[in-house]
Every structure is written in structure tokens, then in C-alpha cells.
Design a protein around this ligand. Structure first.
Ligand SMILES: Nc1nc2c(ncn2[C@@H]2O[C@H](COP(=O)(O)OP(=O)(O)OP(=O)(O)O)[C@@H](O)[C@H]2O)c(=O)[nH]1
Length: 358
């Protein structure tokens, strides 16, 4: 029988939109060291896709969606963890020894960590493990220039994982590492493509001491960075909006590809994130697509449909771009295959205004 430790370690996995959190999480969950971890994924917007993208759906996987965990769903975060705890105590979920929380790419990590510390039940059952922050080598510098959240995610990191190093040159990497270490001189910076990178590198606290940034056994707080970044009550730094489109017939791949490329070329700076699971005409398996600012990633075939309905779902997170315009262009272009445009084929469109005050 698995022995449950006195304190369950909590790891926060954070990082700006599209920086590779879910990709890293998927890799971690494939490691036997994390076979007994529970996972809580927070997504921004009504349509959650990450739990499908991880391709592990079980009782220890919880999805918190429709708001950002650092502001609108802080209470729900504590409640969801208490619920997991109670289910573990009653043997309803497998006896997890670790909890990994993947925050939205827009989350300010400070309120998330302090929520865990402030809750009397959680404080007595969980202890802080490493905060792992992903930084995208392609878009990282721009995100740091533009979004306070990105700076704060780096400030709080114990382990900083640079992703997409395969897409940039050495000088870009060096520049990014320099910026990161200026914000957080004590964090350990790792390259996700370093072959020697192990789960232990990310999860073990090791014996490094982070100046005043040391975490106590039950502490989740980093006072110095909090002061440094003037965190108190700061709202998200821009008007983020999330909305989704669901399409109930197969999507024409060529038309969609042209539409997405045109969108990203024209509005990449304001389309912070596009992600979707598509039912492509002529394909049996779902195809995952990802755009992050100006970067469109190679589409990936997923293993299989996890839902009965083979609907395409695309989630957008935009900054100052009118969702109506984007939708109109999607309907006019991406749905044009051999069939005339039928506005009714877009069966669901949800929108979430995301200017949220803490
Ligand atoms: N080339 C390359 N692509 C990567 C790497 N890491 C992630 N990606 C791609 O980047 C895209 C976004 O990755 P995700 O893991 O979904 O990013 P995320 O941070 O979870 O995204 P959000 O939850 O929406 O904020 C996907 O297409 C990934 O395949 C990397 O190291 N190299």
C-alpha cells in the first residue's frame, strides 16, 4: 500500500502563454517518479483544452477553467485542492504524493502561492516544492518587455526552464539567460533540450540557497520578489480576452492553414495564443495546433479522440483585438472548402472579458 507522506509536496508550473508548460508537464508525467502525482490545470477561458493535450485523463487530473487562478478562481483553487485531499483520504482517488499545479499563462504566481499558504487546511497538509517556470526562447524577451506577469513568473522561479532553444541561436539564448538572471539571480536555469535534464533536476530542492528567497517548510512566499515587483493588487497588465470557436464539421486543412498564417502575420503581436484540437477532413485522429504570438508550431497528431463528438475547438487569447473581427474572418475563410459558408456551422462561440482586478 502506498504510504502517504505527512506533507504532500506542491509544485507550481508557471510560465507565459504558450511557453511550453503543458508540453513539459506531459513529459514529467511520463516519468515513473511522477506516476503518483495529482495534477491541477487552470485554464483561462470557457473552453479547456490542456487536459486533453496532456492526453492523460484520470481521477487525479482536475481542470479549473473560466478564470485565472491568480484572481477570479483563487477560492476555487483552494476548494479544488481540499476536494482532492478529501477524496484521497476516503480512497476515492489514488493516493497521490505530490500535486502539480499548472497555472494559466497569464497568472501572477504570487497570489496563487499565498492562497495555498493562507488556507488553514492546505497549510497543514501541503508543503512548497519548487516553482518551475518555463520561458519561451523565441517570445520570452518580448513577453518580458510587454507583460508584467512574465517578469513575475520568472521572479518566483526555483527552476527556470528555457523552452524552444531548438528554434533560436546562441546569442538569443545568452541574451535571454542574462535577462532572466537579472530578475532572479538565484534560480537554476535549465534548457529543456539538455539531454541530461532529469525530473530530479526540476523537482529536487537540492542544497542551493536562494539568498532571502528561501522557502520555509510550509512557506510559499517570496517576500523579496514581491516587494521588487510591486505585486500588491496589481491587475493584469493588459486587456486579455479569451474566446473559443467550435466547429461541427471537418475543417479544410489548407484553408485553415492559410487563414492562421495570415492572422498571425498580420496580428501576431495581439494574438497571444491560439490553440486548438481540430477535426481535419480526411484525418482519423485529432490534430493539435498551436500559435504563440508570431510563431506557428508544427501541428501534431494526437493519439485519439477522447470525446464522442469529433468537434474542432479553437481557443484564442488576444490582447486588444476584437473577437468579432477574428470570428468573421474565420467564418469567411477557414470554413470555405467546397461548401458555401454556413454561419450556423460555428455552433458555439464563447467570450470572456479578461480585464480582471485582483
Ligand atoms: N520547437 C519547440 N516547440 C515547443 C517546445 N516546447 C513547447 N513547444 C510547442 O509550443 C506550443 C505551445 O506549447 P504548450 O506546452 O501548449 O504551451 P503552454 O505554456 O502550456 O501554453 P498555454 O497553456 O496556452 O499558456 C506547442 O506547439 C508545443 O509543441 C520546444 O522546446 N521546442
Amino acid at each position: 500500500m502506498t504510504e502517504i507522506p505527512l506533507f504532500t509536496t506542491v509544485n507550481l508550473l508557471t510560465g507565459f502563454l504558450g511557453s511550453g508548460k503543458t508540453t513539459l508537464l506531459k513529459r514529467l508525467l511520463n516519468d515513473p517518479a511522477l506516476a503518483d502525482a495529482a495534477v491541477l490545470i487552470n485554464e483561462f477561458g470557457e473552453t479547456g483544452l490542456d487536459h486533453h493535450l496532456v492526453e492523460r485523463i484520470d481521477e487525479n487530473m482536475v481542470l479549473l477553467q473560466s478564470g485565472c487562478v491568480c484572481c477570479t478562481v483563487r477560492g476555487e483553487l483552494a476548494e479544488a485542492i481540499r476536494d482532492l485531499l478529501s477524496k484521497r483520504d476516503r480512497g476515492i482517488v489514488p493516493p497521490f504524493k505530490r500535486l502539480v499545479i499548472e497555472s494559466t499563462g497569464l497568472a501572477d504566481p504570487f497570489p496563487v502561492l499565498s492562497t495555498l499558504k493562507a488556507d488553514p487546511v492546505l497549510r497543514h497538509h501541503f508543503k512548497a516544492g519548487n516553482v518551475i517556470t518555463t520561458v519561451d526562447a523565441v517570445n520570452g524577451a518580448r513577453s518580458l518587455d510587454t507583460y508584467l506577469e512574465s517578469n513575475r513568473q520568472i521572479a518566483v522561479a526555483d527552476r527556470l526552464v528555457i523552452t524552444k532553444s531548438d528554434l533560436v541561436d546562441e546569442a538569443t539564448m545568452d541574451g535571454l539567460i542574462e535577462r532572466i538572471t537579472r530578475i532572479n539571480p538565484d534560480c537554476v536555469v535549465l534548457d529543456v533540450h539538455d539531454e541530461a535534464l532529469s525530473v530530479a533536476d526540476l523537482l529536487d530542492s537540492g542544497d542551493f540557497v536562494r539568498g532571502e528567497h528561501v522557502q520555509s517548510a510550509t512557506g510559499f512566499y517570496c517576500e523579496d520578489s514581491r516587494d521588487l515587483l510591486d505585486s500588491k493588487g496589481a491587475p493584469h497588465s493588459a486587456e486579455f480576452r479569451s474566446f473559443s470557436i467550435t466547429v461541427d464539421r471537418p475543417v479544410d486543412w489548407t484553408a485553415f492553414g492559410i487563414w492562421l498564417t495570415m492572422l498571425i502575420n498580420r496580428h501576431g503581436e495581439r494574438v497571444l495564443r491560439v490553440k486548438g484540437i481540430l477535426d481535419i477532413a480526411g484525418e482519423d485522429r485529432p490534430v493539435a495546433i498551436h500559435g504563440v504570438q508570431h510563431l506557428v508550431h508544427t501541428p501534431v497528431h494526437m493519439q485519439a479522440w477522447t470525446t464522442e463528438e469529433r468537434q474542432s475547438r479553437i481557443v484564442f487569447i488576444v490582447d486588444g483585438l476584437d473577437p468579432k473581427l477574428l470570428r468573421r474572418s474565420f467564418e469567411a475563410f477557414a470554413l470555405v472548402d467546397r461548401v458555401p459558408v454556413q454561419p450556423a456551422t460555428v455552433v458555439a462561440q464563447r467570450e470572456n472579458a479578461m480585464t480582471v482586478e485582483h
